[in-house]
Design a protein around this ligand. Structure first.
Ligand SMILES: [Zn+2]
Length: 456
């Protein structure tokens, strides 16, 4: 006991002696693909975003308030921002100095509080801003505009900062409140549960931690369609106004898709789910609790494959978020793999045929764009189809039952958190009780060529 007390006293004295003077937080988190994305020195706990948007003119104004904990003594800290006029900044209720400078994708907003922030101590910051959705951006924009004069956010991977100042890296997950103002005739959307509507202001609470890349902000001429999923999971979809007869039945297919996914991964990880179908978008994106789809997908007979892809992301990518963008195969690999399983079960191409095609093509892609676990950029065949092939190879190696256990436990263990490729390798080897999977997965994920695979 005495020794413990002495040790504590010594540690306290050492701590005092070693106290580091406040210094600026890093302007980036050193992501291998986006070195200046996100910011160091603090950890955001909760964002409260007010966003007031005027359709047709695309003018907006907003306030972002957040609570965070300093992870070092801070003389200043940064936020990522792009295309905003900053009107005022406060820290702990006191006016703070601020400056804008060029960043990798957009700009860096450097905030200097009236007094330095102490390590481990929570603080609250508020930034007031305004802008125009169509104003030029320094980096890629996340704004997608429809024929209705509205917009929907497609923020992946580094574009949440085109909506509001934010710590825009997936490793800093937080809970969120959104207060979105939309005029008569329009609806507002955001992630999580709608908790109130006061005049034109819609309030949403996203109570499960979420990365900023997954914001589901939109103001559109849409109609809310409500439903119920497995175990009474509340579903809410948004479909284009006047086209409810076409799109509401498609949205209603979601319930059966969730049941299919839950049979593989366990319970849906969030409090609600839904699809937002918007004519202003051409792609599909797994925004947390509200996946976004362009209307064009639904002209294709196999549109449900895409719905399942984005649904699978709610577990793989949203609930379990990659530690860095170089780990993105952990999102896209499962989404492509399970959508291919779904397709096979619903009259589509057999999975083995699909994977043979990927095997034949992947070596060339590895050489050009990097292997699935070490891509040179995002969005490539290596992390999508290549990531799915890694999982197919793993299943071939360990058998279906063990593979299912690896995938199910992965999303259960890492729920609401971040995980890396290295974490997955260790998890797979431990779950299968097969240390040799370490070398097996490394060869598939990091090697310059595909290892041999039965049936290829
Ligand atoms: Zn995807």
């Amino acid at each position: 006991m005495k020794r413990t007390v002495l040790a504590l006293v010594a540690a306290a004295l050492l701590g005092t002696a070693a106290a580091v003077p406040p210094s600026p937080g890093s302007p980036g988190l050193g992501d291998p693909l986006f070195p200046t994305l996100g910011n160091g020195g603090y950890d955001v706990r909760h964002y409260d975003v007010s966003f007031d948007f005027t359709p047709v003119t695309y003018d907006f104004s907003g306030v972002v308030r957040f609570t965070a904990k300093a992870t070092q003594a801070l003389s200043s800290f940064n936020l990522d921002t792009d295309g905003h006029v900053i009107d005022a900044v406060t820290v702990d209720g006191r006016p703070a100095a601020w400056a804008l400078s060029a960043g990798q994708s957009g700009q860096e907003l450097t905030v200097t509080p009236a007094e330095p922030l102490r390590e481990h101590v929570p603080f609250e910051a508020e930034v007031r801003f305004h802008g125009n959705g169509k104003a030029p951006r320094a980096g890629l924009t996340g704004w997608r505009f429809g024929p209705d004069g509205g917009f929907a956010a497609a923020a992946q991977s580094s574009r949440a900062d085109t909506f509001f100042p934010v710590n825009d890296h997936p490793s800093d997950k937080a809970t969120w409140t959104f207060r979105v103002t939309a005029p008569e005739g329009y609806v507002a959307t955001a992630n999580g549960v709608l908790t109130g509507r006061d005049g034109g202001t819609w309030t949403f609470e996203e109570r499960e931690p979420m990365a900023s890349e997954l914001i589901g902000l939109a103001v559109v001429k849409g109609t809310y369609v409500h439903g119920t999923g497995p175990h009474a999971l509340p579903l809410r979809h948004v479909v284009p106004q006047g086209q409810e007869a076409r799109y509401a039945p498609i949205a209603a297919e979601t319930g059966a898709q969730i049941a299919w996914a839950e049979a593989r991964f366990g319970r849906f990880p969030f409090s609600t789910y839904g699809v937002h179908i918007y004519p202003g978008y051409t792609d599909a994106l797994e925004n947390q609790t509200l996946s976004l789809f362009g209307t064009g997908w639904f002209d294709r007979p196999a549109y449900s494959n895409t719905m399942v892809h984005e649904l699978v992301h709610q577990w793989f990518g949203d609930s379990v978020t990659p530690a860095t963008w170089q780990d993105a195969w952990l999102n896209e690999g499962p989404a492509v793999y399970y959508a291919a399983v779904w397709a096979q079960e619903h009259g589509g191409q057999p999975l083995a045929d699909r994977m043979r095609g990927v095997y034949a093509k992947l070596d060339e892609v590895r050489a050009k764009d990097g292997p699935p676990g070490r891509p040179k950029g995002l969005g490539g065949y290596n992390i999508y189809d290549g990531g799915a092939l890694v999982l197919y190879a793993l299943r071939t190696e360990v058998g279906e039952e063990t593979f299912d256990r690896i995938m199910r436990r992965w999303v259960q263990r890492n729920k609401d958190g971040n995980a890396s490729t290295e974490d997955f390798i260790a998890h797979a080897a431990a779950t299968a009780h097969r240390p040799a999977l370490d070398g097996f997965l490394r060869a598939w994920l990091y090697g310059p060529q595909n290892p041999p695979l039965e049936g290829m």
